[in-house]
Design a protein around this ligand. Structure first.
Ligand code: HEM
Length: 236
């Protein structure tokens, strides 16, 4: 069991990030090298400044807001949640003054970031069981949403246990020792990370996260890198 834990928490993380970065870069180069679309993708009437409209299209989803307001609320909640999760994970490496503009305990959000993201993922998943979205969905959509939900569930569980149920054996200082040892390429697993009651949650969280990072370059999640350039094309 110790070997499996070590493989998931150390080499598999390195492989996952390597596949994520190399795979995403190669895919983006391929996409941007493709010949330009013969006809314009620009939408009219033109609105200025074009870059601002492209940014608002990308991050405020105006079309979804007009046609599917409930989906829009969950989309916004999910993407803001992901943004906060990125900050939250960076803070698991060390303190960043800039992120403490609003003073907070690590993991930021008192466990509610994970909760909101988990509920949004459940909404995205269940809406795919009803028509017409069901007919438009492919198996990959379900796998990706279930995988993301499992990552978020185990990540949040760790925080909820610590914050809401005062579980103290596995904490931020142990995560920091583990993650900064990974970053400095001299991986070490503190005993608390491998031998406490909640170690299995960290192992499952990281295992599913590694799978997601390895699938990412070959999945529809690539839209996250392409939607801004696409909206810029649409806005001219
Ligand atoms: C796709 C990638 C990932 C996603 C979506 C994700 C998501 C999450 C979520 C939702 C939380 C809980 C936030 C909250 O409490 O509100 C969390 C916590 C955490 N994640 Fe991740 N995570 C990812 C990758 C990783 C990786 C690769 C590692 C380590 C190698 C990691 C380590 C942690 C740790 C240590 C916590 C802290 C738990 C606590 O506060 O007790 N995560 N993550």
């Amino acid at each position: 069991m110790e070997t499996v834990t070590y493989i998931i928490l150390v080499p598999m993380v390195y492989v996952a990030f390597a596949v994520f970065f190399i795979g995403t870069t190669v895919r983006l180069i391929k996409i941007f090298r493709e010949p330009r679309h013969p006809s314009t993708l620009q939408i009219f009437p033109e609105k200025r400044p074009k870059w601002l409209w492209a940014i608002s299209d990308t991050f405020l989803f105006p079309t979804v807001r007009r046609h599917k307001p409930v989906l829009w609320v969950f989309l916004l909640a999910f993407h803001i949640g992901v943004f906060l999760l990125i900050i939250g994970h960076l803070e698991l490496f060390g303190d960043f003054e800039i992120f403490q503009i609003i003073p907070h305990e690590i993991f930021l959000g008192k466990g509610f970031v994970g909760l909101v993201v988990a509920i949004s993922l459940l909404y995205f998943l269940f809406r795919r069981f009803t028509s017409p979205v069901r007919e438009l969905s492919v198996p990959e959509d379900y796998y990706l949403l279930i995988l993301l939900f499992l990552i978020v569930l185990f990540g949040s569980q760790m925080d909820w246990a610590r914050r809401w149920y005062l579980y103290g054996e596995l904490g931020v200082e142990h995560y920091r020792d583990y993650l900064s040892s990974l970053l400095h390429l001299s991986p070490e697993l503190p005993i608390e990370v491998t031998d406490t009651g909640h170690s299995f949650m960290l192992v499952l969280h990281v295992f599913f996260a590694n799978l997601f990072l390895m699938f990412f370059p070959f999945s529809q999640s690539m839209h996250s890198f392409l939607s801004l350039p696409m909206n810029k094309l649409r806005r001219g």
